[in-house]
Ligand binder design. Structure first.
Ligand code: BGC
Length: 261
C-alpha cells in the first residue's frame, strides 16, 4: 500500500477489462477515486462502479473512444467535475490484430496507430493541460509493451505504435520534468487478458509463448497493476521517462537461456 495515493484522482483508459480493470481495482484498494473509461462495455463498467461504491469507494464510468480528441477532452472534464481534481492519468487502451505486412490494410494500420499511439498523445495532452494550468506535479503512465523493444512479425502496426509510445513517453518526461510532472511507461510481456484470450486458449500457442518467458508462466493483470500503483506513488519519485518491463524476463533474449550463442 502507498499512503500518498489515498484520495487521489485517477483516469484509466480502456478500464473495463484486462490490465485496465486490474489497475482500477488496485487504485481503489489504495483509496483513490477512479474514472473508468470504456468504449463498448457499458454494463461491465457500470457494474464496476456499483461494486466500488458498495464498498465505499469513489468511481464513475465514462464512455469514450480515446482515438478522438473530443472524447479525451470530455474524459478529463468528467474527472475534474466529479472529483474536483486530477492526479494520475493512465493511457492503457490498446488493441492488436495480426496481418502479414504486405497484406495489412491501411485501415488496420491506422486503427492500431490511432488507439495505441495517438490515443496516448491525446490523453497525455489533456492531463498535461490540467497539470500545467494548476502547476500540479501530476503523473502519467502509458501502457507500452515488450514490443517497444522486440520486433514482432505480423504486428508491424502494433510494434510501431509501442516504439512510438516509448519515445513519446521519454520526450514528454523530459519536457515536463522541470515542472515535477513524472511520465513513465509499463512494458508488459504476455499477460492473461481478453486481448490474448483466443491465443492462450490454444494449448500449443500457450506453450510456445511460455517458452519465451524465463520465469516460465504467462503473467496476470494484477502483476501489471502492482507496477502501475508503484509508478503512481511517491515511492517511485525519482523515476521518469522509464519503461518498467514486467514480462517474466521476456526481454532478456530467452533463446540464449541455455548458454548457447
Ligand atoms: C501483446 C500480447 C503478446 C505479448 C508478448 C503484448 O504486448 O499484447 O499479445 O503476447 O506482447 O508477445
Amino acid at each position: 500500500m502507498y499512503d500518498d495515493l489515498k484520495g487521489k484522482v485517477a483516469v484509466v483508459t480502456g478500464a473495463s477489462s484486462g490490465i485496465g480493470a486490474a489497475i482500477i481495482a488496485r487504485f481503489v484498494k489504495e483509496g483513490m477515486k477512479v474514472v473508468i473509461n470504456y468504449l463498448r462495455e457499458k454494463d461491465v463498467a457500470d457494474e464496476m462502479v456499483r461494486i466500488i461504491k458498495k464498498n465505499h469507494g469513489d468511481a464513475i464510468a465514462i464512455q469514450g473512444n480515446i482515438d478522438k480528441e473530443k472524447d479525451n477532452i470530455i474524459l478529463a472534464k468528467a474527472a475534474i467535475d466529479a472529483f474536483g481534481d486530477l492526479d494520475v492519468w493512465v493511457n492503457n487502451a490498446g488493441h492488436e490484430k495480426p496481418f502479414a505486412t504486405h497484406e495489412m490494410p491501411l485501415s488496420e494500420w491506422q486503427s492500431v496507430i490511432d488507439t495505441n499511439l495517438t490515443g496516448v498523445f491525446l490523453g497525455s495532452r489533456e492531463a498535461l493541460r490540467y497539470f500545467v494550468d494548476k502547476e500540479k506535479k501530476g503523473n502519467i503512465i502509458n501502457m507500452s509493451s515488450v514490443h517497444e523493444l522486440i520486433p514482432w512479425p505480423t504486428f508491424a502496426h502494433y510494434a510501431a505504435s509501442k516504439g512510438g509510445v516509448k519515445l513519446l513517453t521519454q520526450t514528454m518526461a523530459m519536457e515536463y520534468a522541470p515542472m515535477g510532472i513524472r511520465i513513465n511507461a509499463i512494458g508488459p510481456g504476455a499477460i492473461d487478458t481478453p486481448i490474448n484470450s483466443e491465443k492462450f486458449a490454444d494449448p500449443d500457442q500457450r506453450e510456445s509463448v511460455e517458452s519465451l518467458i524465463p520465469l516460465g508462466y504467462i503473467g496476470t493483470a494484477h502483476e501489471i497493476a502492482n507496477v502501475a500503483a508503484w509508478l503512481a506513488s511517491a515511492e517511485s519519485s525519482y523515476v521518469t521517462g522509464a519503461t518498467i518491463f514486467a514480462d517474466g524476463g521476456m526481454t532478456l533474449y530467452p533463446s540464449f537461456q541455455a548458454g548457447n550463442g
